[in-house]
Design a protein. Structure first.
Length: 157
């Protein structure tokens, strides 16, 4: 693909949705752009404000937490895989308080509790802990939330 055409296509993509550098590099490579041209395009997009990994991290955390209800461990791991700086990741995760993460986890576990409440308590607890870990919540928060949910009889929230 011609460099100017790839630049325009990438800029249009960045205009529609936040993109991180690693994802955009992969797309440019899939489009058949030469490696040196990929570096040039990325530099130009970064300079013109189309790419900003910190802005991407904030948008990613916001959307995945609110809509997918992922926890901070999973969010940080995915951002790390995408090559987002640790500082940008930490800043993005701080847009929600520990209480926000905890409240979301408790809500998720209360819903899951309906599926596992008939099991032996030890097995129900294990299922809830696995569920919390899969959603990306750390063990300490998960243990406290599971204890709260298993001791609570009112799940009408």
């Amino acid at each position: 693909m011609e460099t100017s055409k790839a630049l325009n296509r990438a800029a249009a993509l960045c205009s529609r949705s936040e993109q991180c550098e690693s994802d955009l590099r992969a797309k440019l490579t899939r489009w058949g752009v030469d490696a040196t041209d990929v570096d040039t395009i990325i530099a130009r997009l970064r300079r013109d404000g189309f790419i900003d990994d910190a802005r991407y991290a904030r948008a990613f955390v916001h959307d995945k937490f609110l809509y997918n209800q992922w926890g901070p461990v999973k969010l940080a791991a995915i951002l790390r895989q995408k090559g987002i700086a640790a500082e940008a990741t930490a800043e993005a995760l701080e847009q929600f308080s520990p209480q926000d993460y905890r409240d979301t986890l408790v809500k998720l576990l209360r819903t899951k509790w309906r599926d596992v409440s008939g099991r032996v308590p030890r097995l129900a607890r294990a299922a809830l802990l696995r569920f919390a870990a899969g959603r990306g919540f750390d063990a300490g928060m998960a243990y406290r939330a599971v204890a709260e949910v298993m001791n609570c009889d009112d799940f009408d929230d």
